[in-house]
Design a binder for this molecule. Structure first.
Ligand code: GLN
Length: 544
């Protein structure tokens, strides 16, 4: 396409309506039509990035291949489209202000008074156009975090107002709202939507397309009413009902013509409707998978969003193994030698989750010991891997005081140590070992069996590492270091070959599992959990 087109996605009435999923679905549908797309998110909060946020505040921190800590919606963008995002795809108010203030200090503004309008809004506009200006994308989809009406969102909406004016027919705004059902009145209510659109209009933005989130089917006449009250074409009002899986959303959006409405508004010829073949096959397989494999997540955050990418990776791997993965959160803070068997015995596999700090780590170590000794398929991720290593050091190498430098600054058996380059860092934000690093996988290992490749690139987010001073001792006593960074020799993967599937990765494989390209380690982990489950139930049948 000659010119890049811009799609802005805003939300109203309430948060958590699924703007990220709608943005991802739009991306998916346009991609299926052969267009080059990218999806970016602008978050109105003041943090420079979500890296320093507690997961209870904002869910998981997602990491891009180029090492940016970002909002978890970028995970959805990648899982839906298979296209990697970068640091340019997630901008916060903090980053905008930081860059404006840096410019002011350099004297770039030549004596001007720096104001929200035009300096902050100009900076937002520049960033909103940045990826589009590369000339590689037909569509740039921009999701705005938060809800219309939030004070901190105002500069972003002002930037969109200006850009819509500037781009003319090359920009559309998709607004997502909520239509509640009042049970007592037996009615669906459109007033919140009308108010939300009015709010946008008062800021000078006329939405072109409305996506109405609802728990009950919206009638044709209700949609017509919304269209006429909100100055929107009738075929530009789309409903988004609750679905069994977020991955069903693109198909439902296509059925209702969300993509064609966008194309029409942008004056682009519509052409044939793409079949979404592989995507539909995935959904079909997902629907047909009825048997359940039970996987425990041992972690300290009792919140779905905190382990979002792990949950999605597991569920994708389940589908490709024709099983439904049922995840069970096991709070590591409450896990002890006394109750570990009760909590984990019935699980077919166990994931020991990533994390930071002391809280809950002893429970993770207890879980690692129980799983190793009972030969449960076990997947340790980042801190989870480190806890596997500590457990092994304590119980097999015989170092009772083995620990990570993160938790115990004095132990002589710091089998997990601070990385050299991390020693003098005092600023916490954005300074970890972040993003994609190469790793060489040892042939013949279980990990190699999964990857079928010796050369991999995986994403990192940590300050501590396996201490190579202990490497030969671990290896001679049965824990193999099967993945190494080719430049630094850092240990990236450990496994216990004597066990069926006991693997820990210093990196985060969950960031790169997508719907059409599930991650090999998750596939192999879930496959093994299923195989063990089957063997187990056959045994008990024999026993009966
Ligand atoms: N806290 C550990 C480290 O910084 C692990 C981090 C993580 O699990 N992402 O090394």
């Amino acid at each position: 396409m000659a010119e890049t087109k811009y799609i802005f996605v805003t939300g109203g009435v309430a948060s958590s309506l699924g703007k990220g999923i709608i943005s991802s679905s739009i991306g998916k549908l346009l991609q299926a039509r052969g267009y080059n797309i990218t999806i970016q998110k602008f978050d109105p909060y003041i943090n420079i990035d979500p890296g320093t946020l507690n997961p209870y505040e904002h869910g998981e921190c997602y990491v891009t291949i180029d090492g940016q800590e970002t909002d978890l919606d970028l995970g959805h963008y990648e899982r839906f489209t298979g296209i990697q995002t970068t640091k340019a795809n997630n901008i916060t108010t903090g980053r905008i202000y930081q860059s404006v203030i840096d410019k002011e200090r350099r004297g770039d503004y030549l004596g001007k008074t720096i104001q929200v309008v035009p300096h902050i809004t100009d900076e937002i506009k520049r960033d909103m156009k940045f990826l589009g200006a590369k000339g590689t994308y037909d569509f740039v989809i921009t999701e705005i975090g938060g809800t219309v009406g939030d004070i901190e969102g105002l500069p972003f909406l002002e930037a969109i107002r200006q850009l819509k004016w500037e781009f003319g027919k090359n920009a559309v705004c998709v607004h997502l709202t909520y239509v509640p059902y009042l049970a007592a009145a037996g009615e669906l209510k459109t007033k919140p939507t009308q108010h939300s659109v009015k709010e946008l209009q008062s800021l000078g933005i006329q939405p072109d397309i409305l996506v109405l989130r609802a728990e009950h089917e919206l009638s044709e006449s209700l949609r017509r009413k919304v269209a006429s009250f909100c100055n929107v074409d009738k075929d530009c009002v789309v409903q988004s009902l609750d679905l069994p899986s977020i991955y069903e959303v693109p198909v439902k959006m296509q059925e209702q013509g969300l993509d064609t409405a966008i194309l029409r508004k942008l004056q682009i010829p519509i052409g044939e409707t793409p079949g979404l073949g592989p995507w539909r096959n995935f959904l079909e397989r997902r629907r047909n998978a009825t048997e359940i494999v039970d996987i425990a997540l041992v972690g300290k955050y009792d919140l779905q969003d905190a382990y979002k990418s792990i949950l999605e990776s597991l569920s994708q791997a389940g589908t490709y193994n024709d099983y439904k993965v049922k995840t069970h959160f096991v709070n590591s803070e409450k896990l002890t030698q006394e109750n570990v068997a009760e909590k984990l015995e019935c699980m077919d596999g166990v994931v020991i989750c990533p994390g930071f700090g002391q809280r809950g780590i002893e429970g993770k170590i207890v879980a690692a010991e129980y799983c190793r000794k009972s030969d449960k398929p076990t997947f340790g991720i980042c801190l989870g891997m480190q806890m596997m290593v500590i457990e092994y050091a304590r119980n097999v190498l015989g170092y009772e005081d083995a620990n990570s430098r993160e938790m115990d600054g004095k132990t002589p058996h710091n089998v997990i140590d601070i990385m050299e380059e991390q020693k003098n860092i005092t600023n916490m934000g954005g300074t970890m070992r972040l993003g994609g690093y190469e790793c060489i996988v040892k042939e013949g290992s279980k990990t190699f069996e999964a990857y079928q490749s010796t050369k991999i690139v995986e994403r990192h987010r940590h300050r501590y590492e396996f201490n190579n001073d202990f490497k030969s001792e671990f290896e001679s006593k049965g824990m193999a270091c099967v993945g190494l960074n080719p430049e630094s020799d850092l240990v990236e993967i450990v496994e216990v070959p004597a066990n069926t599937w006991y693997i820990g990765t210093q990196f985060h494989p969950e960031y790169s599992s997508t719907v059409l390209k599930p991650h090999p380690l998750f596939l192999s982990f879930v496959k093994t959990a299923i195989a063990k489950k089957k063997a187990c139930s056959t045994n008990s049948e024999n026993f009966l």
